[in-house]
Structures are given as C-alpha cells and as structure tokens.
Design a protein around this ligand. Sequence first.
Ligand code: CA
Length: 225
Amino acid sequence: MRILVVEDEKRLAQSLQALLESKGFCVETAFDGEAGAEYAELGVYDLLILDVMLPKLDGFALARRLRAGRCAVPILMLTAKSDVPDRVEGLEAGADYYLAKPFDTRELLACVNALLRRQGSQVDTLTFGNTSLGLADGVLSCGSEHIRLSAREFDVMRLLMQSGTHNLSKEALLSRVWGYDSNAVENHVEVYVGFLRKKLASIGSDIRIAAIRRLGYHLESGPPS
Ligand code: CA
C-alpha cells in the first residue's frame, strides 16, 4: 500500500513517514501543495495524507483539484488547531476524514486502516480493455484465461492500469516499484514490461503497453491501430 504525505513541517512529515513505514506502508513525502499535486496526479497512491496549510497550494485546493481530475483516492486531512478547522470546506473539497493536530499516532493509524479498508472493499480488481487484474491474488484474467503475476510484475501492472491511457514515466515506475534507494535501473522496467507483454499475449488480452520515448508507458486496448 502506497501513501503520499503532503506536509510542509518536515519533521512531522518525516515522523509520519517513519511511523507508517514501520507498519509496512510504502511512503513518499512532498513539502508543498504543488509538488503534492504533481505526485498525487500520477495516480499511484492508495491514500493521501494532506496538511491543510501548505505553501503554494493549500490542502483544500489540492483536494478540489484532485477530485476535479476524477482522482478518487481516499484523502485524510490534517489540520492544526490554529488553522481554524473548517470541516465543511474540507469535506466539500473532497476529504474523506479529518484529524486535528496534535493527534495520537494510534488514532492516525486507525484512520489510515479504515480508509484503506473502505477503498479495498470498493476496488478489488482493476480493469482495462478486456482484461482485469485481481488486487488480492495478483491474477490477470481475460475471459476464461488466467495467469498469475510475480510480485514485481503485479506492481508494474497495477501502476500501469491505474494510469491507464496516461503516460507513466520509467522513473516513476522505477521509484515506485523498486524504491529510490535500490540499485535497479531503467532497464529493469523494460525487462518487466517485456514479461508483462508476453503474459498479456498468452491470455489473449487486448491490452497493449505502448512505449513513448522519454514519456514512458501507457495502455491501449482494442485491435492494433
Ligand atoms: Ca502546514
């Protein structure tokens, strides 16, 4: 599960990251609203944790921008007492839940788990073209044909299906699947895309993983154009 924390108080952002990582989540941080929006719009996160008062773009405006772009990811908003919490504005902007700072870490974790569970019950498969991907079992299905993906293949396929027809860069795939600190290189992405193309073909999928130079990959479906 991938979580994006958008919080300009760097120490708080880092302690949230450490807390969530200790619970097995994969966490990235952004320190202003613009950067947060750019990350969030990649569509690869399962949950966003947004501070309200942020430089460049505040949490309300960020949530509204994402919802206007049909991004349905759950949003947990953090609000300081001094922010004069305006729950109505936040909820209208598209937040799913509010937590007032300072918050108890157990309460934060309970909120995170509740929001992820809620999302999980709504979305247990991703579908593109004639093919679906089971999020629980990592199985790609097309009609009566099925094939199981390895863990890495699953991560790459899930991100591609979440981005759909939007381009996803090799760097984004690399950092989200292999992590910033790994020794993986862009060639790894190409290798796994190759594996996925073979598996898609083997079940008769009409999904094509299109590669656009410098922009990365996106999905197409239907007969070849
Ligand atoms: Ca702030």
